[in-house]
Structures are given as structure tokens and as C-alpha cells.
Design a protein around this ligand. Structure first.
Ligand code: 5GP
Length: 385
């Protein structure tokens, strides 16, 4: 009943605002159909739409509700509207069309409510570039900040993904004009770039120190000062900061990071002789080396050709029993290197080799740093002793 009355009043309100002039523009009502944003406080990508809705003061026209209202992200009802099963999602009353992608949702809001509140500079090249770089190069690997296991985008290890994430923040940092006139990325007017980048930087600021990056270095310098200015000078950004950070702190309390390598879970086993070989502190007859793998002749060969292949970073792999999805990439690299080495006649290999991993006391493992034995140069007997 109330809704019907409100709808009946709409033409009257539109009529009066026309005559009240621009001074009342934040209060302007739009004739756009009512929309619903399905999103949650922790969602950094959806947060940009929440910023736009609040800055434009259109929260009576765009409801923000949890995806649980539709049964959750993986419910058939939600998946019908967003086959990706991700947040956010925007639906518009009376339309079968749903928008399941943050940037497109924002552009819908910016054009539908173009005459209400700040414009967010939809045609500003720098704003659009920062938002696009964010979506192409940060969003695609941001899982490295909070997901339990790789891959993170195209990166098979958390370390590589974190390095790339930081490199891409620096690329954006380089685009920011330090002398700009105002607290926002494009100067005195808030833009889509501010709304897009800010929530992700809340994640980065909170999470990177957990991976050993000093808090002071978590954000590159210009992003860091822009971030603090928005936090201090803009209530809407401040609210989104509290929402995202509050959710992350909730995860902290539940011990979410305890099982995440490099965050809560660290390799605290003592160093072995192999660390000294990797650091070139003691000599070894190295036969192959790349960024991830080192191979050297066994000091006490058990066959005419005997090479050990080891990961340069142990990363918890004191033995194969410690292997987890975090190690899929390095395990593959070790075996590929072992296969290559076993074909090298200059090392004494002839026609094949035995590839062995001794694991734990029953396996006869002596050095607690995963190593693959490549044995050959003669016909080996089976079964092993
Ligand atoms: P595990 O018994 O742990 O599977 O094998 C450890 C291997 O490392 C042994 O075959 C042993 O001969 C080799 N090893 C131990 N210390 C050294 C060293 O200082 N240099 C080299 N090249 N090999 C070593």
C-alpha cells in the first residue's frame, strides 16, 4: 500500500525538484526502476557499487542485500542470474536482465543515475585506466591475499602471485599525480577509479603484512597517501573501509589464516645441509639450476650416475608427506627436471633411470628437505632393499 502511494507521488516529486533547481540535486528522485544489489560487506569488488550508491544517495532506489536472500551464491536461483556464482549481482525490477559484474554494475548506476550526485567521471581516461588495470591485473590474482590454495590466476605459487600483485600496485601508483588538486585519484572529484581501487587496498593493507611484508611497505607511496586522505576525508569510503576490514578481522579471529602457507603457516623446521648448498656456502657438483630447482651430484653415489634434484625454497616441504596443493607447481618442476637429467649421457645415464623419493624414517630419508634421487648408469634391480 505504502509503495503504491510512493509510486503515485513520484511524478509530483520529479515535478517539484525540477523547479527547486540544482541546489537540491542530491535529493533528486530518479524514475529508474528499483534495483537490488546482491553483495556482502567483505566483497571488495562489490564495494565500489556500494560507494557509488551511497555517494549518489540512491539507497532508497537500489537495495543492498545479501546473496543469502536468494539462497546463497551456489543456489540454483542465484546461479540462474549469475552463472559465475560470485558477488556482486544487480537485478532491476521488471527486467529479466541481471548484471553480474562489478564494473558493468557501476556503469549501469552511473548512466542510470547520471543526474544524481557526483558523476564519478565516467569519461575520464585516467580513472577508467586505473579501474581497468585494477580489474585485469589485481582482481584476477587477488586470491593470493586470502585463498587457501593456488593457483591464483595464472600463478601457481603464492609467492609469485604476491610479487605480481605488488608490481601491479606499483604500476597504478606510477599513474597517480602527486601534485593533483584534491584528495581523489583524479583531483577534487571522486571517480570510478577511487571506488574501484579503495576496497582492494583495504585488503592489501591488512593482508600483505601477514605474508611478511612490513606494514609501512604494504601500499606503494602515492596509493598510501591517497588511501589515508580518503579515510580521513570521506565518510562513505570510511564506511566501506570499516565493512571490509571488519569482515577480515572476523576471519582473523576465526583463525582463517592459520592453515595458509606464508601467512599463519610457516616453515619453522631447522635448516639442513641442502640450504648451505643452495646458498653456495658449501660446494656441490651442480648439474642444473633454474629459479625454482637445483640439481647436484650425490656426494655418496648409490649408482654410477646419481643426481639429487631439490626445490630451492623448501616452503614446508621437509618431506613428501608435507606436500599440499601449494606445492603442485614445484613438484611438477622437480619431476620435469629429473626426467631431463635422466637423459643426460654426459652424467653417466644410459637407458633410463630410477627416480626415487625417500620419505620419512621408513623410507630411509636422511635429509629433511624434499629431494628426488635420479639413479642410473647401470641396470638397477627390483625390488629395492
Ligand atoms: P636421503 O637418504 O635423505 O633420501 O638422501 C640424502 C642424500 O643426500 C644421500 O644420498 C646423501 O649421500 C646425500 N648428501 C648428504 N649430504 C650431502 C652433501 O653435503 N652433498 C651432496 N652432494 N650430497 C649429500
Amino acid at each position: 500500500m505504502w509503495i503504491q502511494n510512493a509510486a503515485a507521488l513520484l511524478p509530483l516529486l520529479l515535478f517539484s525538484t525540477k523547479f527547486l533547481g540544482e541546489a537540491y540535486s542530491p535529493m533528486k528522485m530518479s524514475a529508474a526502476a528499483k534495483a537490488t544489489l546482491y553483495d556482502m560487506p567483505v566483497s571488495n569488488n562489490g564495494a565500489r557499487a556500494r560507494i557509488i550508491i551511497r555517494k549518489k544517495q540512491i539507497s532508497t532506489e537500489v537495495d543492498i542485500v545479501s546473496p543469502m536472500e536468494l539462497g546463497g551464491l551456489k543456489s540454483p536461483e542465484y546461479l540462474k542470474l549469475n552463472p559465475q556464482g560470485k558477488m556482486p549481482l544487480l537485478t532491476v525490477e521488471g527486467s529479466s536482465f541481471a548484471i553480474p559484474e562489478s564494473d558493468t554494475i557501476c556503469r549501469y548506476l552511473l548512466s542510470t543515475y547520471a543526474d544524481v550526485g557526483p558523476s564519478f567521471l565516467p569519461n575520464d581516461a585516467k580513472s577508467n585506466l586505473i579501474a581497468r588495470l585494477h580489474d585485469m591485473y589485481l582482481t584476477t590474482i587477488q586470491g593470493c591475499l586470502y585463498k587457501a590454495t593456488p593457483p591464483f590466476g595464472i600463478y601457481g605459487t603464492r609467492k609469485d602471485a604476491l610479487d605480481e600483485f605488488r608490481k601491479q600496485m606499483k604500476v597504478i601508483d606510477d599513474l597517480i599525480d602527486a601534485d593533483r588538486d584534491g584528495i581523489y585519484l583524479c583531483g577534487s572529484e571522486v571517480s570510478l577509479a577511487d571506488a574501484t581501487l579503495f576496497p582492494t587496498m583495504t585488503f592489501a593493507r591488512h593482508m600483505l603484512p601477514k605474508f611478511g611484508i612490513p606494514e609501512t611497505d604494504a601500499l606503494p607511496p602515492k596509493i598510501k597517501s591517497w588511501y589515508s586522505q580518503l579515510l580521513a576525508g570521506d565518510d562513505v569510503f570510511n564506511k566501506v573501509h570499516d565493512e571490509v576490514l571488519g569482515a577480515l578481522q572476523g576471519w582473523d579471529e576465526k583463525g582463517r589464516w592459520d592453515t595458509i602457507p606464508l601467512a599463519g603457516l610457516r616453515d619453522e623446521d631447522p635448516e639442513t645441509i641442502f640450504d648451505k648448498i643452495i646458498a653456495k656456502e658449501i660446494p656441490a657438483s651442480v648439474v642444473y639450476e633454474d629459479r625454482a630447482v637445483l640439481a647436484f651430484k650425490d656426494i655418496n653415489p648409490a649408482a654410477p650416475a646419481h643426481v639429487l634434484v631439490i626445490p630451492k625454497e623448501r616452503n614446508g616441504l621437509s618431506g613428501l608427506r608435507k606436500a599440499s596443493p601449494d606445492h603442485v607447481e614445484i613438484l611438477g618442476k622437480l619431476l620435469v627436471a629429473a626426467g631431463e637429467i635422466s637423459k643426460d649421457e654426459s652424467l653417466g645415464f644410459k637407458d633410463g633411470a630410477r627416480i626415487v623419493i625417500n620419505d620419512g624414517p621408513d623410507g630411509g630419508q636422511e635429509v629433511p628437505h624434499l629431494h628426488v634421487h635420479v639413479l642410473g648408469g647401470r641396470s638397477l634391480t627390483w625390488p629395492p632393499g
